[in-house]
Design a protein around this ligand. Sequence first.
Ligand code: ATP
Ligand code: MG
Length: 561
Amino acid sequence: MTKTPGPDFIRTIVEEDMKTNKWNGRIATRFPPEPNGYLHIGHAKSICLNFGIAKQYDGECHLRFDDTNPAKEEQEYIDSIKDNVRWLGFDWGEHEYYTSSYFDRLYEWAVRLIESGDAYVCDLDAEQIKEYRGTLTEPGRNSPCRDRSVEENLALFEKMKAGEFDEGSHVLRAKIDMSSPNINMRDPVMYRIIKANHPRTGGKWCIYPTYDFAHGQSDSIERITHSICTLEFEDHRPLYDWYLDKLGEHHPRQIEFARLNITYTLLSKRRLITLVEEGHVDGWDDPRMPTISGLRRRGFTPESIRDFCRRIGVAKSDNTIEIEYLEHCLREDLNKRAQRVMVVLNPLKVVIENYPDDLEEEFDAVNNPEDEVMGTRKVPFSKELYIERDDFMEDPPRKFFRLAPGREVRLRYAYFIRCTDVVKDDATGEIKELICTYDPLTRGGDAPDGRRVKGTLHWVSARHAKTCEVRLYDRLFTKLNPARGKRGRDWRTNINPDSVVILNNCKMEPFIECMKRFDNIQFERTGYFCVDPDTTPEKFVFNRTVSLRDSWAKIQKSQKK
Ligand code: ATP
Ligand code: MG
């Protein structure tokens, strides 16, 4: 179970509102994704916050699809979002909403603002609107259409709705203040013509409300009490307030918090779409993607993501979290839950000369030293084994404690073995196999005479081994802040060309065959892995989730200095 987050500035506000009975003891939050892409870990922060607060204060959290732009939105995205939120462990119950269900209401409100002289139809095109808007230092200029009569505006808006105008030829704008220091208040667009079918309203509309015209009103319709959003919406708050004041509707309290940024990671949907569309990754759920679907396929657990979100907390100013910290939270969780197994990634054959040809033994191996309840399993042993190629060196340097000619090591759970000979390919000189002897008295991995070895290796019995595929993932970007390309070049130049290495001839112990898709496993000495959904009855496929080495501790140490 995830722990309840400590107090943060948002929970303090909610707590205070509960005490003063501000909303009659009611708490309603919402998570409002635009279904124009898959959710990423930044969204997870918002999900944990909104659903978390609702849960903590016995309130409700709405899942609202902000589907105001049919040109970019798809059912696939809606389905993936629902899947992801559920997978993260949250439940919106009956509170599944769509901004598109409010289109009639929003239209009526737009007409009301025209009638009160607070909105007008503008014929400027997008380019001109931008030019008239001014800049941060210069005020904007009034549109030539600003003083149209109410009657004319109503007639034009009706024609926009009836499909009589081309896309881009007319928009409906709020009549606020072209010289406002807040650019969002300079007669923002409320409605634009988009001649596209909507996944939910079909061909009913050819005008669609902008995000800014729809968002505050949707919160109001749903009687949201705390509308929690990221900092960039702080400057939009006066506009949301303006609309609701003019319409005389319920005001939720908007609270802004800092969005999540992570080193070596891009969390902008636009960029993520580009990665998918240009084929830099294999789809939205590619294990290198920071999407919830990608993280899941990589082997993240919902618990580790929730724990990460709880531990980073919420703040009021922008910051960037080290990716090592996310990995640290993940390791902590996997360490507790992951089944330990032995898998050899780059196999080198070992023949134990003095072991009987037909003998097979089984050793008890611990499934998880962190959790006794997980018990033990049997690991088969025989005359021919595989060990990791880099666990042997013919001419080892001083600090190499693994296998070398004449040297003795322990095979985990089994015996001590000593390397007596090296067999090489005549033509290439490549090492083909090692000839070893074993000491039968060391059964179980200890020598009765007290003699010690420095290295313990993992291994798989060749006769019992199954061949599998292992995909070793690395960071998708090579730069701490991948949004900026080197010397002003494109961000794509930061893509890591070696972000995946696929190994096709890995050898796994037979026990693993009982594992299911997405199961988390620790390959002893190599890292945490999970079973990829590409796995078939013929062939197991694993993704490396994260290595065993925790570089977070190192970073913390260097920061303390
Ligand atoms: P992007 O910037 O990636 O395109 P978005 O904000 O346009 O994302 P939405 O679907 O509108 O995506 O986001 C839904 C909710 O998730 C919003 O309330 C938004 O504030 C929040 N959110 C999006 N990105 C982050 C982030 N990096 N950290 C925290 N919350 C986020
Ligand atoms: Mg958005």
